[in-house]
Write a protein that binds this ligand. Sequence first.
Ligand code: BYC
Length: 338
Amino acid sequence: MLILFVLIVLKHIFVLLSCVPMENKNLELLEEKFQQKIDQDIKIEPNDWMPDNYRQTLIRQISQHAHSEVVGMLPEGNWITRAPNLRRKAVLLAKVQDEAGHGLYLYSAVETLGADREDTIDDLHSGKVKYSSIFNYPTLSWADMGAIGWLVDGAAIMNQVPLCRCSYGPYARAMVRVCKEESFHQRQGFEIMTTLCKGTLEQKAMAQDAFNRFWWPALMMFGPNDAESKHTAQSMKWKIKRSTNDELRQQFIDVTVPQAELLGLTIPDADLKWNESTNHYDFGTINWDEFWQVVNGNGPCNAERIEARTKAKENGLWVRAAAMAHAEKQRERTKQSA
Ligand code: BYC
């Protein structure tokens, strides 16, 4: 009897020991197949197997992106009632609505990864997750609407066009429409700047002041230098990111400096100069202390932005409750008539 018992125990130990390497082997094979798909530029879709870290990286990046779109409505929304004429008001209103739409596509893309939308939004309100640093700066004059459209949407396009080729299908597809709309936003911003720069001396000074305040924060939008960027290497390997933070920042500077020259604006960087040997602009040092202060919640408008979003959720509660009650009624009616 005892021998039988020992034999059974030994068998179980053997089965257990042989299963662990087997499981590891299976996981390795799955990961290898997954990376092969990525290397062959085959899109990963929601029901496909994916490593947990890939899923978590996407949830982090796409939810931060969605929050940025939604919080990004606030600095510009602040100027809708004060736009200088009806045309400007209608255009700004349409632009801000577009940003809300971008947020919605992106929250849907996060849901395809298994995240709950309510939890995702609550994480923004509790300060658990980040959103783009740029939206924590105040909009002090009408010229800021021009500077934001031109620089912030310009930086966004530079960062988001490569995301149209992201390995995760729902994110890549959402980005196609987002980029088309951002391109319109960038042009409307540049048009405002052009009008101001061709206007009175005061208008030109307003444009220069807005440019001075938004230039450096726009460069910070691309994230920390590559050497400090903890996620870039893995995200590039998975083709979530197609270019590094520094590559995109440099492309943005190279494209934007001639535009500033065309407007007759002075770039607020004494070290900015064309480098014949690299064929790029050299530029001054970014204030990374300021960047991390803003990212970590201590920027000029962080508290105000979160308060506005939290209030919006509370104020909209009755609308959501009414919509749910209506949907429930419809379901009941359909059931009864069936
Ligand atoms: N602000 O390892 P890294 C718009 C964080 S909205 C705040 O380089 P990654 C618009 C980063 O999250 C467009 N945080 O990260 C809307 C990470 O922290 P965690 C917004 C930043 O992800 C309305 C840490 O720093 N665009 O266009 O590889 C009106 C280390 O960074 C920032 C997107 O969201 C920042 N600027 O690269 C007008 C694009 N930069 O998460 C316009 C999608 C970095 O480890 N996102 N951090 O705690 C991306 O492409 C990438 O996430 C980033 C950062 C390039 C931003």
